[in-house]
Design a protein around this ligand. Structure first.
Ligand SMILES: Nc1nc2c(ncn2[C@@H]2O[C@H](COP(=O)(O)OP(=O)(O)OP(=O)(O)O)[C@@H](O)[C@H]2O)c(=O)[nH]1
Ligand SMILES: [Zn+2]
Length: 320
């Protein structure tokens, strides 16, 4: 009696070291990594092996197939992988609660660093005044071009105005158009409308999540970690819900990587007098020359420049 043959599968949830793996026929089962090297994240394609007959129904992940990309944040001590093989990252913020520009910038930088095109959704358009203020705060983001993806695909960051609970139909259509056929990681601060979004596009998602977290935590109810949802029956469009926007560490980046991941700064970084300019204090710095409070597309907003300086200092601290 030989060991059962290996099959390919998709990781649709993970918790600690266990994963939920979906096979081509849509069946899902818990799998454990064979060794350190087979630790998978949501979105990974894996080779997995069913258990020998009579030994339960949990499988083993034998191999993680090569990744197209990996979106992650790194905190001081632990590395937290988010998801692999993404087409885009949707950062969902809202008119209320007021979003942190620094958190938004961090998520965008992580996406640029991983080479994954980001998309910003600004929710709660029905709250007219706060929405207008938030829209204005996003002006610098609407003007800067993403460096991710191939040259032909470069464009300013798209900011989608949304009212997920109000004018659901029009928004749903616009949103579906932007998501169709793609794998999208959804990130955002608490209260921005992530659950509303997922439930709008994946009816019954909440119930599904409950089942998944129960399966992965052997029946205990805990907050779910990263989860994959199919939007359509044909399984072409997917959303990945991931918590942890609050402590968005970028410790995997070196200070010198920062400028190239901030498109408004990257646009001028090549024109500085010193090739290794940090854009903080050097004379002849082309970046500092562009910093001004002004809506022109070629201006670097003072808040963006401040965020650059703060992150530069943070990434320059001694590493663990
Ligand atoms: N006014 C308004 N409220 C909205 C809209 N979309 C969502 N909300 C409300 O905002 C609140 C937060 O929405 P959630 O979907 O729970 O937000 P979340 O991002 O999942 O939040 P966490 O679960 O804390 O991460 C809920 O009370 C929603 O009903 C909108 O378009 N307009
Ligand atoms: Zn410079």
């Amino acid at each position: 009696m030989g060991t059962p043959a290996q099959q390919t599968g998709l990781v649709v949830a993970s918790h600690g070291r266990h994963c939920l793996v979906e096979s081509a026929d849509g069946q899902r089962r818990i799998c454990h990594p064979r060794g350190k090297k087979s630790q998978a994240v949501v979105g990974d394609r894996v080779l997995w092996q069913p258990p020998p007959p009579g030994q339960g129904d949990e499988g083993t992940i034998e191999k993680v197939l090569e990744r197209r990309n990996l979106f992650y944040r790194q905190d001081e001590i632990r590395t937290k992988s988010f998801a692999a093989n993404l087409d885009q990252v949707l950062i969902l913020i809202a008119a209320e609660p007021v979003f942190s520009e620094s958190q938004l910038a961090r998520a965008l930088i992580a996406a640029e660093a991983a080479g994954i095109p980001p998309l910003i959704g600004l929710n709660k358009r029905d709250l007219a005044e706060p929405f207008e203020r938030a829209w204005q705060r996003l002006a610098p983001y609407r003007h800067m071009a993403s460096t991710a993806g191939d040259a032909a695909a470069r464009r300013a960051y798209e900011v989608l105005p949304l009212a997920l609970t109000a004018t659901a139909d029009a928004d749903r259509a616009a949103l579906i158009e932007r998501l169709a056929g793609k794998t999208t990681l959804v990130l955002g601060p608490s209260g921005s409308g992530k659950s509303t979004l997922i439930n709008l596009l994946v009816p019954g998602a909440t119930a599904q999540t409950g089942e998944i977290s129960q399966a992965l935590n052997s029946g205990r109810h805990t907050t779910t970690s990263t989860t994959w949802y199919w939007v359509d029956e044909a399984r072409q469009t997917a959303l990945i819900d991931s918590p942890g926007f609050q402590e968005f560490g970028l410790r995997h980046l070196a200070p010198a990587d920062l400028a190239r991941c901030m498109p408004d700064i990257a646009a001028y970084a090549g024109g500085c007098r010193f090739y290794n300019c940090t854009h903080l204090h050097e004379p002849g710095c082309a970046v500092q020359a562009q910093v001004r409070e002004d809506d022109a597309p070629d201006a670097i907003s003072p808040s963006r420049y401040r965020i650059y300086g703060e992150l530069f200092a943070e990434l320059s601290e001694t590493r663990y």
